[in-house]
Write a protein that binds this ligand. Sequence first.
Ligand code: DAH
Length: 341
Amino acid sequence: MKEQLAKIRAEALEALERTSLPAELDELRVRYLGKKGELTAVLKQMGSLSAEERPQMGALVNEVKASLESAIEAQAQRLESTAMEARLKLEAVDVTIPGKVHKQGHKHPMYIALDEIKEIFIGMGFTVLDGPEIELGELNFDRLNAEEGHPSRDWSDTFYFDTDEKVMLRSQTSPMQVRAMDSMELPIRIIAPGRVYRKDEVDATHSPMFHQVEGMVIDKNVTMADLKGTLNLLAEKLFGVGTVTRFRPHHFPFTEPSCEMDVQCHKCGGVGCPTCKGEGWIELLGAGMIHPRVLEMAGIDPNKWSGWAFGMGLERTAMRRFKIADLRLIFENDVRFLEQF
Ligand code: DAH
């Protein structure tokens, strides 16, 4: 029996050496130490021993059992730390590997200019509105006092969705004036930037889609002086102190009186050059005092309230803001151009 025990111990220890998985350890534990294990089998033979031999053998079996238990325990710990090391190795981060450079984009210069415009108007208490590019002809024209037969309603100018001219791509941001009047409490101070669409604007320097910023104030005792003061302040904040502007009389169906505002050309300083088409001035916006009929159609009493409005070309404003010479650069999205801002 002694030899038997020695053999069991040697075999078990050798098998233990070869284990690499926790499950294998469990198997060995069952095989050698379990109820039906090899040591139990030896114990069962003890009945055949003499009374003197029995305690000696018992002690020996216990010793073998204890040594196998501690050997299994030690191997379990070894396997665990090997597994941990392997995992750490796998998850290791090599901080010496050069990083991957992710190029970050940035805002288009026109939208940088728009952000500045928004800041300026928000600072003066205006709310920024967003509105639909697919618009009702009623809001784009009728409610703005552009009667039937007005040239801007022409099919050659306007993208209609249907033959009865009910739905269209807005040709101006001005319908946002109507949407504001219909939905907001007086007094109103809003700007509404966005895309507009016109068929007639297709050639090398024009796009069928461009951007406008609409602005509108309705309050008590609002005058043309407020309009000029506000728009001059906008020009100074956007283009710099001392920016020269001029207001020319003009006609729009929804304002009376109406005007256009120009800023002096940044390229030539007013002398005339290709950028300003020889004019010395760059036309920036149309504006005027809101026509009493437009107020009335929105249910606003023109004897109590008055207002002014403007519609600004955003591409041109951005050109002036960043001293860009050619409008096409705004649309081409040439990275060499965009990177400069
Ligand atoms: N909607 C006009 C256009 O697209 C610009 C304009 C002129 C807007 C006068 C206004 C305004 O609000 O008062 O040409």
